[in-house]
Design a protein around this ligand. Structure first.
Ligand code: APR
Length: 312
């Protein structure tokens, strides 16, 4: 029986657990630092199983021993930025949390594939790989699926067509410098430029870039979790079912796109062993420049994180 551990039983973690169980993908261990929280949510989800008709087991715990032998570890543990908190403070706090989580989970599941969700995403994914020293094929960040889903949602809203027919990919870092590939976005193969004026497309790109912030502003406290949770489950499915899905994910390029030593969103083929392959497509000069700009900003944040972690 496949086993997925979700670290962090907060909004994103619990929602990911729900989708993973309800899509009948795996048994789930939900673990958190707060006593009772993962236990309560896991039990509540178990009690939904007879209604939703699945036999997946969900266990809530504060003990890493219960995560033993997981096939996939999803890391959502961390804190959100609070008013008055600097970006550096957030980076330092989440880096310390994620590093501990990576160490603890790795002790019990040295063969697991990691899906990292905690922000700042690309930097945290880098940290998990460095901490576990796993082959980078086994450490993947979740951002591109979410950013692309948001872009696809907006294309659906603007064109009125079913999202089932809409395909679009967002590359680059998970932040202001993400790179939505508008040129390759289609409605069942028809480029969106045939269906929408450029000004509308620019507006959608902007909305995608600020997709997370738009939700935060509406919720007033906390950040998005349904689409992030669904995106995690989508990647879990691609991996456990060895689907050969081509999804934008934060991965470590080995020279592809002229990039190295930096986790960043690229078209990735996912399967049972994790990242099977980074697919290199020809980008326009403008897209290349945007991707490299995004990589530069992630590298600067990795350097900053290393300084902050040393200073602890
Ligand atoms: N070990 C385990 N769990 C921890 C630890 C730790 N050291 N530190 C914090 N947590 C838990 C918290 O107790 C909380 O339950 O992580 C959970 C985070 O949940 P939320 O605060 O609800 O945050 P959420 O909205 O789920 O976002 C989690 O995902 O999308 C990203 O930006 C988001 O970085 C954030 C992460």
């Amino acid at each position: 029986m496949d086993k997925v551990t979700v670290v962090g039983a907060g909004h994103v973690g619990a929602t990911a657990a729900q989708y993973i169980a309800e899509k009948n993908l795996a048994d789930v261990v939900l673990i958190d630092i707060v006593d009772g929280l993962p236990q309560g949510k896991a039990l509540d989800l178990m009690e939904a199983a007879p209604v939703n008709m699945h036999d997946r087991k969900l266990v809530g715990t504060n003990d890493y021993a219960d995560t033993k032998g997981s096939d996939i570890i999803v890391i959502t543990a961390g804190i959100a930025r609070k008013p008055g908190m600097s970006r550096d403070d957030l980076l330092k706090t989440n880096a310390n949390i994620v590093r501990t989580v990576a160490q603890e989970t790795f002790k019990h599941s040295p063969d697991a594939i990691y899906i990292v969700v905690t922000n700042p995403l690309d930097v945290m994914t880098h940290l998990v790989q460095k901490t576990t020293k796993l082959d980078s094929k086994k450490v993947i960040g979740m951002a591109g699926v979410l950013d692309s889903a948001r872009f696809q949602t907006f294309i659906g809203m603007e064109t009125g067509f079913s999202v089932e027919d809409i395909r679009a990919m967002v590359l680059g870092g998970h932040g202001d410098l993400m790179v939505p590939l508008t040129r390759l976005a289609t409605v069942n193969g028809i480029p969106i430029s045939e269906l929408l004026p450029q000004a509308k497309i620019d507006e959608m790109v902007d909305r995608t870039r600020n997709g997370g912030a738009e939700i935060v502003k509406l919720l007033k406290s906390g950040s998005a979790y349904y689409a992030p949770g669904a995106s995690v489950a989508h990647m879990v499915e691609a991996i456990l079912r060895d689907k050969n899905r081509l999804l934008p994910c934060a991965v470590l390029p080995q020279g592809e796109y002229g990039l190295k030593d930096v986790y960043i969103g690229l078209p990735a083929v996912l399967g049972r062993e994790g990242l099977k392959k980074i697919v290199e497509i020809k980008l326009t000069e403008e897209e290349k420049e945007a991707l490299h700009g995004s990589a530069k900003s992630i590298k600067e944040n990795i350097d900053l994180m290393n300084e902050l972690l040393v200073a602890v």
